[in-house]
Write a new protein. Structure first.
Length: 227
């Protein structure tokens, strides 16, 4: 059966991804910062291996890659992410917080992707997904503000577009997805859709990816999004 690795698997969209793929019979490599107390993740039935991973700690990323040497990963989902402080204007910007968000949302996905490229290339499916956001889209930015989160996701889209080109010769399909406005800790209770709706759409869209989709940006329902 296929194997999926999910970062930030202990809550929100990552938790629902874990639940979905485990129910479908996949082996799930679920990562979270505190594997000793993974919360609801520990209650999900299936072939789930929980691994400790702070995606911003590059030594940890490299160590986990070594620990999983020889494991083929059909699907890697870069899901871990943070929003950072909200509503900051240019005059009162918290630049230190911005750097933290960039480390998590932009640098970490590339580090994880690079460390596990061989694992993904050794698999059958060979897919690498990064959870981005519609807020990354320059064309769709009509509201302004939210400099920190917008820029971190726009940057990871560009990073992954370049990575997609660089690994295309290894038949790896790299794609970025907006999960929708989802009822999570980040999205809030007033968000438009629940996590089950988001992940149901995402998993169907991911399953349908082909080489022609390498480096592209999609909505959770599989429709293309503008850069």
């Amino acid at each position: 059966m296929a194997t999926v690795m999910i970062t930030g698997a202990n809550r929100g969209i990552g938790l629902e991804f874990t639940r979905h793929y485990a129910a479908d019979g996949w082996t799930v490599l679920a990562t979270c910062r505190n594997p000793i107390a993974p919360g609801e993740l520990a209650t999900i039935e299936g072939d789930i291996q929980v691994h400790g991973l702070d995606v911003t700690n590059h030594a940890q990323v490299d160590r986990l890659a070594r620990d999983l040497d020889g494991t083929a990963i059909d699907l890697l989902i870069n899901n871990a992410g943070i929003y950072g402080p909200r509503g900051m204007d240019a005059d009162g910007m918290d630049y230190a917080a911005w750097e933290d968000v960039l480390r998590t949302n932009t640098l970490a996905p590339l580090k994880v992707a690079a460390a596990f490229t061989g694992h993904v290339a050794a698999s059958t499916e060979r897919k690498l997904i990064t959870i981005s956001s519609i807020m990354a889209s320059i064309a769709e930015n009509s509201g302004g503000g939210e400099y920190i989160y917008r820029s971190s996701k726009a940057a990871v889209n560009m990073v992954m577009k370049s990575f997609a080109i660089d690994v295309a010769s290894r038949d790896i399909v790299v794609a970025m997805f907006h999960p929708g406005w989802v009822q999570t800790d980040m999205g809030g209770p007033q968000a438009a859709i629940d996590v089950a709706t988001s992940v149901d759409g995402l998993t169907k869209a991911i399953a349908g990816l082909s080489a022609a989709d390498n480096g592209k940006f999609f909505n959770y329902d599989g429709s293309p999004l503008p850069w």
